[in-house]
Design a protein around this ligand. Sequence first.
Ligand code: CA
Length: 144
Amino acid sequence: MPRGTSKKQETPRAEDYLEAVYHLLEDKGYANTVDVSERLEVKPPTVSNMVAKLAARGYLLHQPYRGMRLTESGEKIARSVIRRHEIISEFLSMIGVEGGVAYEDTEGIEHHVQPTTIYRIERLVEFLRRNPSHLAEIKKYVSK
Ligand code: CA
């Protein structure tokens, strides 16, 4: 995860917590408050508050000393935001937006984009992947 850009990162949103827990469970099979706090660069008490809210809403289960598990609905949201992240990130890279700017903008856009919009961006990304000459032309044009 790219870090260290000068611009202050936005406060992580509920979706980012579910996403972080999902990645931690995938990567190490375990997710506790400290792991999430390191991953999202927020203080452990902030993580605890959000985790309690997410647990109350039925998105995750948190057992002290045993870590967190996502419920079915929590996992669905995590997968959805991860998918949005990947599509937007690829799209921005296709139009030549990279590095910290690409990461920060992806983190912002991924929370606001509606399903119909992400579907069309995904279709466009697919089209450009299959048509590298179009992609090259667009990339050149938007970089001028
Ligand atoms: Ca995110």
